[in-house]
Design a protein around this ligand. Sequence first.
Ligand code: MCA
Ligand code: AMP
Length: 465
Amino acid sequence: MDLLGGTGGPVRIAGRELPRDELLGRASAVAAEIRGADAVAVHATASLETVAAVVGGLLAGVPVVPLPPDSGPAERAHILGDSGASLLLAADGTDRADGEPPLVPVDSLPRNGSAGGGDVPADATALILYTSGTTGAPKGVLISRGAIAAGLDALAEAWAWTPGDVLVHGLPLFHVHGLVLGVLGPLRVGSTLVHTGRPKPELYAAAARDDGGSLFFGVPTVWSRTAADPSTAEALRGARLLVSGSAPLPVPVFERLSALTGHRPVERYGMTETLITISARADGDRRPGYVGTPLPGVETRLAAEDGSAVPPDGETPGELHVRAPLLFKGYLNRPEATAESFTPDGWFRTGDIATTGPDGWHRIVGRASTDLIKSGGYRIGAGEIENALLAHPAVREAAVVGTPHDDLGEQVTAYVVADEVGEKQLIDFVAERLSVHKRPRVVHLVGSLPRNAMGKVVKSRLGEL
Ligand code: MCA
Ligand code: AMP
């Protein structure tokens, strides 16, 4: 199946630009180099090399595993080992640790590859995205070409996204938001992409002024920083659509952004496992605190803790279940985890608590587990951070939770029982082993952790310490 359109506007990333045909030429060279591999890893910096590498994987029909470029050795080794990636795609000269797969220098390959990838079936895995669960190391989410195509077409319809749009964002290229929506989206739709390198409000404002930016993607932290800077926000008045997702957009940020930019932002909801399932529409209402209605092809329902149906009365919360052609194929190497994430009658359990109104509008009101933290739009598993802290020789016990944070939504907060070690040392210790964004922002050194009669840490009582 053809996942990407053959024509369209240029791709610019952090100031470097390639016309569409040149980008496809580079991607074809990558495809020729990797054809036949079981999976390839991409050192996913915000760069044209990352885009050429990912598109090369798609052309060759080889699953692509984006590696967060700041991930420390433990996380990187886990992703490379678990995914079985046999090649590492990166710009020439990128550092590679001993034992890592051989490097394919995507920017210095001979340009004689043919773009034809043959007819890759829709159920073939396009991407393996690593994402955190409540416990243990991140799991590889298998995303098919068909899911990406269906997910992007549903968004194009809902947002009236056309080749005439200039998409602007600066999100990381190793998650669904920045990579699937933010890179494969414009490549499929045919619109121009201006990636600002980092998701900074002043860079979004410059792209609105200088590049005709029409469609803007951000996580709530980006919109909250934009709303706090009136001249920057006002530069977005000429845009067509501002879209927020990956975490809840606070109502005051919605209101302030609307007042400053003249645009009521479109909020949408999704997960790595499901892609985007619910959204407000370009031609419809946008309500602060609500994520919209299900996209075409998506069915939703709410379930009480005992599994019984929750009425769509706009008030009663229940766990959100979804069913759609854009769901993932499963977690790599983890059949039990895959099975557990579906109900016996085949609905995906999101773990998010929602309400639904009779008009189909959904509101996300919380999460079933306190062990998944959303900080700056990044999903972070408490268990992974606890294990990283426990690897420090001075740490005896550790418990990690998300605590409210004005800028990030939630921040990673750790309670640690340890001998002779400082908070900063522990923060740096995690930052060196895992992706830097997973580091605790706050560490409380405490004498003991609150436990119940079974010896399990009672996280709801950590705040009392
Ligand atoms: C700080 N730094 C450190 C340390 N502390 N480096 C080493 N050791 C330390 N102890 C450095 C970092 O490397 C970085 O450097 C700088 O300090 C700041 O880092 P960071 O914490 O990342 O910055 P921030 O400003 O706090 O980040 C806010 C952010 C970011 C920009 C909004 O959180 C972000 O990009 N979020 C997007 C997440 C996302 O895309 N999620 C989508 C998931 P330097 O500046 O040099 O880099 S997909 C999803 O959720 C679904 C499908 C959906 O619905 O979309
Ligand atoms: P990830 O797998 O990183 O994509 O994280 C998915 C999670 O992000 C979901 O399960 C939600 O908890 C959260 N999320 C995404 N979009 C929204 C939104 N618009 N409002 C509230 N939570 C969101």
